[in-house]
Design a protein around this ligand. Structure first.
Ligand code: 16G
Ligand code: ZN
Length: 542
């Protein structure tokens, strides 16, 4: 029961390059869009097999998602990743299969790998079809790449597969929809279902805490000229009462070449400056917060311009994690004692000042995970409330089943318990989500009764620098201790010596998972010391 002829026909329609060397990395496959045709076919096949391998209680294949995006990369790139039934990433032990299949240069090789798996898994499903959902961001190459998957899906009959094509979605919307297909208690698997879940929980939280919509901070959103722009507009159409609180800039999705150019979360975080379209006058308005999404709207950074000191102030993923933690700690403090485990998960890139604040002021456990959302997500699942953010703005808060059970005991007597339960609906439980995180930030400021300036003063970032070093072979760089220490090449003891001689010094070296380069992070008490440490570690790496 293996559709050999159909697969061979489509394989040959989108043949792989001569010596393929693709790799399913931190963010799936990602590269120049012109090279992705054969990869799309492989991914579609893996997604089918993955669906056949994940059965629900009735032994039916669960729904798997395929998202076509290259996030904050330049307009000419694209990429694709697979979303698992619960809305999380493809498990790591499936990644080698994805890599292996994409690197088959003949159909014969391809079939020799996929056929045994396809047959093995479909025999458990009593021949029920695989189930898939697929979407893309606004990139110019998106429709063509998506059609390669559709070409395959339509060539296979209903016996093999059922699927739904959502065309344009943000990455977090597709994660939400994938999960909702498999778990109806999570949500209605449509865009409208997603918008309603966000706005219903938001409006209910406001009502419960006696907050008038007009008193919320005004937000100017830079949508990176990406899919987040179209979706913010759609969201506000479904919740008109919120419309006046949002201003949208960089929303030109008709010009594919404008995507992520001089705007968006990555640009703002990397350059520590305002994006095109937001000048210092707008950004220094009192009671205004600026926010940037990235190209697929799974990352958020906030910021404003401090007119008094003529300074750009960034509120990055670390600051967002701390704000949400403050809100959660505040709400929990109003409840009778409970034994919910709260933890904050960061990566080595988290500013040392934020980690100190977590440990010394919030008195919460701080965990360091490897870079990449899947690693943080995995650690966050170990807590009843797991708050995870990368400094670059990708993150969310995961609430466990025990959290819901415990808080339901208090929900009739304590509005803070009810608010916490509603936060579980407001904050996307599957993956980082710029829109959902932004709403959570706005609510947090309002409930904690602080403005952006007070938020930024929670702690002060240590000066830091991220350098990129192009080396002969980045695979020679092997790390341990959540990427904070190098095992190979043997230069860690020299890095340690430099760090010890720097006030509040910290530095680490890790190979990039998305680019052919090595990254060097340095942090110190002053900008001068930081620059010196960075230069010296870079020299060791070169
Ligand atoms: C990917 C990751 C992002 C991480 C970045 C690091 C996901 C969905 N995306 O874009 O979270 O920060 O890689 O890139 O996990 P690097 O390895 O090149 O430094
Ligand atoms: Zn992204």
């Amino acid at each position: 029961n293996f559709p050999s002829q159909t697969l061979e026909c489509i394989f040959n329609k989108y043949p792989p390059p001569k010596n393929p060397s693709f790799s399913y990395g931190t963010a799936g496959f990602r590269m120049n869009a012109s090279k992705l045709d054969s990869v799309m076919f492989s991914v579609a096949c893996i997604a089918i097999v993955r669906s056949l391998s994940c059965l629900n209680d009735s032994n039916e294949p669960q729904t798997i998602g395929i998202m076509i995006t290259a996030s904050h990369n330049p307009p000419e790139d694209n990429g694709v990743k697979i979303v698992d039934p619960f809305g999380d990433m493809l498990p790591q032990n499936w990644e080698p299969l994805a890599t292996q299949l994409s690197n088959c240069s003949s159909y014969k090789d391809f079939e020799s790998i996929i056929k045994p798996l396809w047959i093995k898994y479909s025999s458990n499903t009593l021949n029920k079809p695989a189930s898939l959902v697929i979407a893309r961001d606004t990139r110019e190459s998106g429709p063509k790449l998506l059609n390669i998957c559709i070409d395959l899906f339509d060539s296979l009959t209903n016996k093999y597969i059922t699927y739904k094509n959502f065309n344009e979605l943000t990455t977090p919307e597709l994660h939400y929809i994938t999960r909702s297909f498999n778990d109806s208690s999570f949500g209605i698997p449509t865009e409208l279902g997603y918008y309603n879940k966000l706005s219903n929980s938001l409006l209910e939280i406001l009502k419960l805490n006696n907050i008038n919509i007009n008193s919320l901070i005004n937000t100017t959103v830079d949508a990176a000229n990406g899919v987040g722009a179209d979706k913010l507009i759609s969201f506000l159409k479904t919740s008109p009462s919120l419309k006046s609180k949002f201003q949208l800039v960089n929303s030109n999705t008709n010009d594919p070449l404008a995507l992520n150019v001089k705007c968006g979360a990555d640009f703002v975080k990397t350059n520590q400056k305002l994006p095109n379209g937001i000048d210092s006058k707008i950004a220094s308005n009192e009671n205004t917060l600026c926010a940037s999404f990235d190209g697929d709207a799974d990352r958020l950074v906030c910021y404003f311009f401090d007119k008094l000191n003529n300074k750009f102030i960034l509120l990055d993923g670390d600051k967002i994690a701390i704000l949400l933690s403050r809100l959660i700690s505040f709400l929990i403090s109003k409840l009778p004692s409970n034994n919910l485990k709260i933890g904050i998960i960061q990566t080595a890139y988290a500013n040392g000042a934020s980690t100190n604040y977590i440990i010394n002021d919030l008195k919460l456990p701080s965990i360091c995970a490897k870079t990449g959302v899947k690693h943080l997500h995995h650690e966050a699942l170990k807590f009843d409330i797991g708050i995870y953010f990368e400094a670059n703005g990708h993150g969310t808060v995961l609430f466990s089943d025990k959290f819901s059970i415990e808080l339901k005991k208090f929900e009739n007597d304590y509005s803070s318990a009810k608010t916490l339960l509603l936060l579980k609906d407001l904050i996307n439980q599957t993956v980082g989500d710029a829109l959902s995180d932004l709403l959570a930030v706005i609510v947090s400021l309002s409930i904690l009764n602080i403005d952006a300036n007070e938020w930024s003063n929670t702690y002060h970032d240590l000066p830091n620098k991220l350098a990129k070093v192009v080396v002969k072979d980045r695979n020679m760089f092997v790390t341990t201790d959540a990427e904070r220490k190098l095992v190979e090449p043997p230069i860690q003891k020299f890095i340690d010596e430099l760090v010890v001689n720097t006030t509040f010094g910290r530095s680490f070296v890790r190979p990039s998972g998305t680019e052919d380069a090595v990254r060097v992070y340095a942090e110190a008490a002053t900008a001068e010391e930081c620059q010196k440490l960075s230069d010296e570690v870079v020299k060791l790496v070169e």
